[in-house]
Design a protein around this ligand. Structure first.
Ligand code: ADP
Ligand code: MG
Length: 244
């Protein structure tokens, strides 16, 4: 058995009267790539945000790398060092260069010395193919380049787990491939990943498991072939007929 990196057990989350996550449970093993799909509003982003403690769950448990997390007791920043997140809208700091964006958290949160942080940032820029852009500002970059910087910035904290929330949804179609290719490299290096995406090609090729959400519930999960070819839930079929 592979080491379990994420264990979500009976997690519930409401916003006011809106019950957004209903008894959700999933496990993610080390180096596993899990793709989370489902209609808009089904709770995918909320689930990812709970995994990164950007939202605090109302009930259930979240265990990261064998450690049950109680955000009331734990230093949440410390957990976030382990769990990197990439958002649809990049969220780069606009007044900082690419390099400054990447070294910010390692220096200020992790207290890495600046020289080392810069050295690591350059390695990451090589990895995402943007070493020549280290002095550019975000508004001088294409959407695909911005997202690759956002990935490098998340990786700069040396996370054990990476969460992606529709990382290519805001991109022009011709820029989607360059971001997916960086994600594929990461997956092949053994990164543990949870990816919300409508890119079913990526799911088919890279996912070890596809998890389907509907209306706050996890309605089914399985290997991509099974989910795409023989979905057991009518809601899954309906969703797939729209995106495939
Ligand atoms: P998805 O990512 O699958 O589209 P979300 O997790 O973003 O779904 O949203 C699930 C539901 O929770 C939606 O009805 C959304 O409007 C609601 N929601 C999400 N975040 C908040 C929030 N901060 N406050 C109130 N409602 C929210
Ligand atoms: Mg979402």
């Amino acid at each position: 058995m592979k080491e379990t990196m994420i264990e979500v057990k009976n997690v519930n989350k409401s916003f006011g009267n809106l019950h957004v996550l209903k008894d959700c449970s999933i496990e993610v093993a080390k180096s596993e790539v899990v793709v989370l799909i489902g209609a808009s509003g089904s709770g995918k982003s909320t689930l990812l945000r709970c995994l990164n403690f950007l939202e605090i769950i109302d009930g259930g448990t979240i265990t990261i790398s064998g450690k049950k997390i109680d955000p009331k007791k734990e230093n949440v920043n410390h957990i976030r060092e382990q769990v990197g997140m990439v958002f649809q809208h990049f969220n780069l700091f606009p007044h900082m260069t690419v390099l400054e964006n990447i070294i910010e958290a390692p220096i200020h949160v992790k207290k890495v010395n600046k020289k080392q942080a810069i050295e690591h940032a350059r390695q990451l820029l090589i990895k995402v193919g943007l070493l020549d852009k280290e002095n550019a500002y975000p508004d001088q970059l294409s959407g695909g380049q911005k997202q690759r910087v956002a990935i490098a910035r998340a990786l700069a904290m040396k996370p054990d787990i990476m969460l992606f929330d529709e990382p290519t949804s805001a991109l022009d179609p011709e820029l989607v491939g360059e971001v997916l290719s960086v994600m594929k490299d990461l997956a092949m290096e053994g990164m543990t990943m949870v990816v919300v995406t409508h890119e079913m090609g990526f799911a088919r090729e890279m996912a070890d498991r596809v998890v389907v959400m509907h209306n706050g519930n996890i309605i089914e999960e399985g290997p991509p072939d099974q989910i795409f070819q023989q979905p057991s839930h009518e809601r899954t079929q309906r969703f797939l007929s729209k995106v495939l």
